[in-house]
Design a protein around this ligand. Structure first.
Ligand code: NAD
Ligand code: UDP
Length: 317
């Protein structure tokens, strides 16, 4: 029988992190150590995990991280992902992406551990080509209000590949496209949770701009399977690899869909566009199919319905 792995998950109390911790606890006989400072989450997501004897929670900022335990694998997810959260304290966002990431890479080096980076489709900025393949270098504004996140994540990817080349660290870099589902925070601020909450309250659906911008939304449980499968690929596979859905939809059509699925009386409200908002986003998933034989399974209507059920319970409606 193989021995237990010690797996560190940074940002493990967040939306994706809590699903990942749960799956790693369910699937394998692992010790999971979760580090989070609740910057964009709260204890709710990890309360069920705390009952598991193989789960340890450490409340800590990855920028000040000190560890005295040995680690086999690291999943680095710590970073606010919603624009309103990462733009709230942009300097802190850069610190988390760069200093936090450096701390994790040093830990991987010290322990000879494998390390996963939760990178993002924002690497591609406002893409000039579609769908976006991993070999596209992107179109990113280096000084705009999204840059703390986009450039922070790009720098993190640079650090990952430099640690790989310079110190032979085993890295796995994954570019995650918009992912949603139950357990998103009520104040998350991203589009699917905003629209569902507004629709359930029969409030106006706030569309930034004309709603012609597109996204491709992936259901959280599909994504987590892909992340773990990618982490378990052979050492020669580093990524970057896109993971997400390629079922593209405009934000206006998404709003209409959510109004229909909730039987809401909400009306569309068109607000000023936000600066540097990418106009289109759709992953090329050829590499994910080839490397891990992964593709998403849950269609948008089913995923949104599950998310609606979650928020109905949360909001008591
Ligand atoms: P989230 O905001 O729910 O989770 C992020 C977690 O990181 C939170 O629990 C937060 O408290 C924690 N955190 C933030 N700064 C920290 C710090 N300095 N020290 C310790 N903990 C810190 O977001 P999410 O959607 O779960 O995203 C998780 C990761 O996946 C992020 O790195 C994000 O950039 C990446 N990602 C997510 C998506 C998506 O659609 N959900 C898309 C692309 C990339
Ligand atoms: N958006 C919107 N109304 C909202 C929240 C978001 O129109 O209440 C738009 C936003 O401008 C963007 C898209 O929905 O074009 C996705 O936004 P989100 O914050 O979910 O993710 P990201 O911009 O990081 O892809």
């Amino acid at each position: 029988m193989s021995s237990k792995l010690n797996i560190l998950v940074t940002g493990g109390a967040g939306f994706l992190g809590s699903y990942l911790c749960q799956k790693l606890l369910d699937q394998r006989n692992n010790n999971i150590i979760c580090i989070d400072n609740f910057y964009s989450s709260d204890k709710d997501n990890i309360i069920p995990l705390m009952k598991n004897k193989n789960f340890t929670f450490i409340e800590q900022d990855v920028c000040n991280f000190k560890a005295d335990f040995s680690i086999d694998q690291i999943y680095n997810l710590a970073c606010p992902a919603s624009p309103i959260h990462y733009q709230y304290d942009p300097v802190k966002t850069v610190q988390t992406n760069v200093i936090g990431c450096l701390n994790m890479l040093e830990l991987a080096k010290k322990n000879n551990a494998k390390i996963f980076q939760a990178s993002t489709s924002e690497i591609y900025g406002d893409p000039k080509i579609t769908p976006q393949s991993e070999n596209y270098w992107g179109n990113v504004n280096p000084i705009g209000i999204r840059s703390c996140y986009d450039e922070g994540k790009r720098c993190a990817e640079t650090l990952f590949f430099d640690y790989h080349r310079q110190y032979d660290i085993n890295i796995k870099v994954c570019r995650i496209f918009n992912t949603y589902g139950p357990r998103m925070h009520q104040n998350d601020g991203r589009v699917i949770s905003n629209f569902i909450i507004q629709a359930l309250k029969n409030e106006p659906i706030t569309i930034y701009g004309q709603g012609l911008q597109t996204r491709s939304f992936c259901y959280v449980e599909d994504l987590i399977i892909g992340i773990i499968d990618f982490m378990n690929t052979e050492n020669s596979i580093t990524g970057p690899i896109n993971l997400g859905s390629d079922d593209e939809i405009s934000i206006k059509d998404l709003a209409i869909k959510i109004i229909q699925l909730t039987n809401s009386k909400s009306k569309l409200q068109f607000l000023d566009p936000v600066s540097d908002d990418p106009t289109q986003r759709k992953p090329n998933l050829t590499l994910a199919k080839k490397i891990i034989n992964w593709s998403f399974d849950v269609n948008l209507d089913n995923g949104i319905n599950a998310t609606i059920d979650f928020f109905k319970q949360k909001l008591n409606c």
